[in-house]
Design a protein around this ligand. Structure first.
Ligand code: NAP
Length: 505
């Protein structure tokens, strides 16, 4: 199909070498497409599982489910895999499937523009220009660390870093460390660093709901069995999947039903925190599930140690020698660790991608990311996103959603080839109707009505992050590409790709 074979032009360019990008590359290869490149800004494979190396980093979705269905891993060592193991898994799969030669490491996207006349994407990257007939963007929603603009932060004399960019050159042992945030990252990192540090000042703005963790090592005998009887691992995977899906009716339709789960979390807190006053301050005032439910057996024991000082409120100010909370007290600190999450609904990449009329995604979205089936955007021809708007999950494995979208994208490519089209764009009315339907489901969900402020909700108050249904419904909806929702066209193409645009400022 592709006439242009210059080194900087590809039939497909994939952005990112995490689960989404590696999965895309595998499916492209399996369907006989070799003319593709994967652009990866980091120096290794894994995306968020490459970047997040903070102590204790581990997936809170069970290992058997948190993997590609087509590449089971009978060798997981724990029921919830540690980061290094997941990163190695993705890298191993990529290696095995022959993806690695297609990856351009250290290649960061700096701009992307659709050229309507040439019928291709012009990409500016940190290592030069690239053109592509089609782009699959798999940057991941949890890619850009968010550090709040705290007055005085620049004046701090000590070390500062984000959990997603852990600075392993800095030894926290024996130092006074402030940790900001009590989300999924903090809850894993704090119990690991608390025993080493001299003092730990923890800023808790909103307490999380914490559940007992059923985590344990997978025995050698189990691993042997999984290797010998792959169907057994598939059975376990399926059990995990359906037990997770069983949460959906409560999360989506009847948040009141989550009271049962809440009771378990309250008992967990009561069993681990004896002081009733402290317990009260660690008890969330919103419906469980509104923010991610966090599993941990060592969070409460860690934060109740004598060397931990919990500040009940946000970090308000930083001074050269310490941190200040709402009570105005200066707490001396040698290092500040931000466990403050990511730019999700305001992802910087949206400012770099320009569509048919020259507007960026960011400009078109006006603060509320929107797509069709979380993958296609009107005005952005020949581009698909993985884990785009409203494909996020609080309860189940994102790899399941990625595989659903991969089936959809690959069917779209097959359809293009079958009808001889080289241009594809979702119809704005199909996108609008899809989002109307999605948003109509939101008001009664726990994410919208549970009484919390979470990163699922964007600056306009819309839930543009979460898929508000069973994940198998998403699988059904993405099983087949639906050409009626798209315009498919065959347009004459110039013979050779022109130089790409200059890097965006
Ligand atoms: P997060 O859930 O967004 O939590 C950020 C934390 O920082 C919140 O506690 C927030 O408080 C706090 N915060 C923000 N600004 C603050 C300020 N100025 N002062 C005090 N506190 C402040 O981020 P995350 O923990 O990195 O997790 C993000 C997502 O990544 C998770 O929801 C999950 O999807 C994923 N993740 C998964 C795993 C896993 O699988 N185990 C691990 C890590 C992350 P408020 O609550 O008051 O806003």
């Amino acid at each position: 199909m592709n006439e242009n074979r210059a080194g900087d032009h590809f039939r497909v360019v994939v952005i990112g070498a995490g689960f989404g990008g590696v999965g895309t590359a595998i499916k492209l290869k399996q369907s006989g497409i070799e003319d593709f490149a994967v652009l990866e800004r980091d120096s290794g494979i894994g995306g968020t599982w490459w970047a997040n190396t903070y102590p204790g980093c581990q997936c809170d979705i069970p290992s058997h489910l948190y993997s590609f269905s087509f590449a089971p891993n009978p060798s997981w060592t724990r029921t919830y895999a540690p980061q290094a193991e997941i990163q190695r898994y993705i890298a191993d799969v990529a290696e095995r499937e022959g993806i690695v030669p297609h990856i351009r490491f250290g290649c960061e996207l700096q701009g992307a523009e659709w050229d309507e006349d040439a019928g291709l994407w012009r990409l500016a990257t940190s290592t030069g220009a690239v053109t592509a007939e089609l782009v699959v963007a798999a940057p991941g929603p949890l890619a850009e660390p968010s550090v709040p603009a705290i007055p005085g932060l620049d004046s701090f004399a000590g070390d500062v870093f984000h959990t997603a960019r852990w600075n392993h050159d800095i030894d926290l042992a024996g130092r006074r460390v402030a940790v900001v945030g009590t989300g999924a990252s903090a809850i894993q990192a704090v119990p690991r660093i608390q025993p080493q540090v001299d003092r730990l000042t923890l800023f808790q703005r909103t307490p999380p709901w914490v559940m007992p963790h059923g985590e344990r090592p997978i025995t050698a005998a189990e691993r042997f069995l999984y290797r010998r009887v792959p169907a057994l691992q598939r059975l376990v995977r399926s059990g995990v999947y359906w037990s997770r899906e069983a949460l959906v009716p409560a999360l989506v339709h009847r948040p009141g039903l989550t009271k049962v789960i809440e009771r378990i979390a309250r008992r967990h807190l009561a069993a681990q925190v004896a002081d009733p006053v402290l317990r009260e301050r660690l008890t969330p005032d919103y419906t469980i599930g509104c923010k991610r439910i966090l599993p941990s057996n060592d969070w409460y024991p860690a934060i109740t140690q004598p060397n931990v000082d919990i500040v009940f409120g946000g970090l308000e100010e930083v001074r050269p020698d310490g941190v200040v909370g709402p009570d105005g007290t200066l707490r001396p600190a040698d290092a500040i660790v931000f466990a403050t999450g990511f730019h999700v609904t305001d992802m910087p990449l949206a400012k770099l991608v320009r569509g048919r009329d020259g507007s960026t995604l960011h400009e078109l979205w006006h603060g509320t990311p929107q797509a069709y089936r979380g993958a296609a955007m009107a005005g952005f021809p020949n581009m698909f996103w993985l884990v785009g708007p409203n494909t996020g999950l609080g309860h189940n494995s994102i790899v399941f959603m990625i595989e659903s979208q991969l089936a959809y994208v690959m069917d779209a490519l097959r359809t293009m080839e079958a009808v001889g089209a080289n241009r594809i764009e979702v119809r704005p009315e199909a996108q609008a109707a899809y989002n109307e339907r999605l948003q109509a489901r939101m008001p009664g969900t726990v994410w919208n009505s549970g009484g919390c402020a979470s990163w699922y909700i964007d600056e306009n108050g819309a839930n543009s992050t979460i898929w508000p249904d069973f994940t198998w419904r998403f699988r059904q909806e993405t099983r087949r590409f639906d050409p009626a929702s798209y315009t498919l066209a065959s347009t004459p193409r110039p013979a050779a790709a022109e130089p790409a645009l200059a890097p965006a400022g």
